[in-house]
Design a protein around this ligand. Sequence first.
Ligand SMILES: [Mn+2]
Length: 306
Amino acid sequence: MKTTVITAGEAFTDIDVLACAVAYSELLTLENKKNEIVLPGVFNSSITSTIRSWNINYVTQPTDIESDIVIVDVSELTYISKFIQMEHVVEVYDHRFGFQDFWKEKLSEHAHVELVGACATLIWEEYKKRGFADKVSKLSANLLTIAILSNTLNFGASVTTDRDVTAFEELKKYIDLPLNWTEQYFEEVEQSIYTDIGHAITSDTKTLNLETVPFPVVMGQLELWSANTFLDKHKVEAQAALEKFGHPDWFLSIPSISEKKNYMYTESKKVKELLSKIITISFDGDVGVTDKLWLRKEIRKKLLEL
Ligand SMILES: [Mn+2]
């Protein structure tokens, strides 16, 4: 029997990728389909040390390059795992705008690109559709639940849909997490960010080359529970991390989850002008503050609509 490889992006792996890969692998196993999780990207700070201590099996390169491929939580061709040969892709699950038509044409009903808050929500819906909801393991239920919480920024991000809320509620009876796990999760993410700020930024940064913007924009992202003092102390580390990407027009977007707004840090006049065009933001020097929470994919969508 042919193996199915479940994979995502080349550069980094976040909690949504991990949750989707583990849960989908389990679903294929429940259906007696041989499969392998292949995650070449380094784990970023959304995957806490508690989560890393769970027993998760994956490899970084496929055992058999001829395997069928399922891509989760990414659909833009620039970012998918480098080993992927397009003719082997059989399914895609993602929740980002921009490449849905490409995949629909290639995979028809096997392209699941839908604008929900977390890709984990789409995977949970597959469990239900395929009749395995009651068979979900505690590990998968935990990961899917945390991924929904993280990707929707505790349901504060405007990408959040009723489908995310429903999935989160339905998963409650299958999870095995401490009562105050939400606070624990965000606190642990924050601790790991502060342990190595430079790494936390570089492992969640993308260079955006968009047809609508005449220059490359480097966009870093740091999701913090409370970010109001972060830039007072850590501008230097942030700047050093973002300059490594080799373009002058970088910015760091910091969703401050409990405050329901973002802090944006940039030294580029062009980026300040660009951001002011697409979102409500007031800059004081090099730091801008928004009036609501913004995820990178939402900002990217706004830039594409310019
Ligand atoms: Mn995601």
